[in-house]
Design a binder for this molecule. Structure first.
Ligand code: ARG
Length: 277
């Protein structure tokens, strides 16, 4: 199944995207809410800034629009915009963070949407960390739970966005958000790290995606699945060497980026990006 389309023609571009990003002005690692975070391993902020700018420039050079939400002091993880909300068809579901350290990011992102002309802005009933766990897959939404988001949020998601929701449990604390273990490349194709899911989750993903690429442990362990596809180009952590080859063989153009400083907080390019659909 993994290799059914290997060597296939290059994928078609699916048009320009709009992404929301938050500059890493106050980015640092001072608390530990996932196994990647170690406050004794300091962040090089000027390097982080350059890496973030390179990610922004990469999106722009691919023809995408990047919008900016201002960073807020005392919210060092706000740079991970993917967690700020979930936006599909112009409708916004707010995030409700698990940990107090990030709780104020929910209202901060919702304010941005209210101030920028979004009329359907819904405050979530259940705990959820936005696109970190709620992953859009065109004909369905894949919702991860087990560490940060409540399983029950899938009902809210289905109702607001009018799409079927496939709920999967995350079982490995290193892959605490779904977007650390699953990347949707186009409506029919995804890559995932099997070790992050239970049997039921693996079966559900295999049933949904006609083409499912299995990432190796060594690529998952560099947060290599935390990338972003526009249907043709796949912005991927440069460290994910094998995964880049697998995704390239499936006909996508891999665009490597280095976000090493953000990995110290358990994040990567996808975490720094919220797609505004
Ligand atoms: N330090 C952040 C946290 O643990 C990282 C968030 C990564 N975001 C993501 N979409 N996976 O919450």
């Amino acid at each position: 199944m993994t290799t059914s389309q290997e060597g296939s023609a290059q994928r078609e571009s699916k048009g320009a995207r709009t992404y929301l990003m938050c500059p890493p002005e106050y980015f640092t690692v001072t608390y530990t809410i996932n196994p990647w975070m170690n406050p004794d391993d300091p962040v090089d902020l000027s390097l982080a800034r350059r890496q973030w700018e390179q990610l922004r420039d990469t999106y722009q050079s691919l023809g995408h629009t990047v919008r900016i939400v201002d960073a807020e002091p005392d919210l060092p993880d706000m740079v991970f915009a993917a967690n700020g909300a979930t936006v599909i068809d112009g409708k916004v579901l707010g995030s409700r963070f698990k940990y107090a350290e990030r709780a104020a990011e929910g209202p901060a992102y919702l304010n941005w949407f209210r101030q920028h002309g979004y009329s359907t802005v819904v405050e979530a009933q259940h705990m959820n960390e936005g696109e970190g766990d709620i992953v859009f897959a065109a004909r369905a939404i894949i919702a991860g739970h087990g560490f940060r988001s409540d399983e029950a949020v899938s009902g809210e998601v289905a109702e607001l966005f009018g799409l079927p929701v496939i709920s999967v449990r995350l079982v490995n604390p290193h892959f605490y958000h779904l977007d650390t273990a699953l990347i949707v490349l186009d409506p029919d194709t995804a890559a995932y790290y099997p070790g992050a899911f239970d049997d039921a989750g693996r079966a559900a993903l295999a049933a949904h995606f006609p083409e499912l690429i299995e990432a190796k442990e060594e690529d998952a362990d560099v947060l290599g699945l935390n990338g972003l596809s526009d249907g043709r180009h796949v912005v991927l952590p440069v460290q994910a060497v094998n995964l880049a080859a697998q995704i390239g063989a499936a006909g996508f153009d891999v665009v490597p980026v280095d976000l090493s400083e953000f990995k110290k907080a358990g994040g990567g390019p996808k975490c720094c990006t919220l797609e505004l659909r």
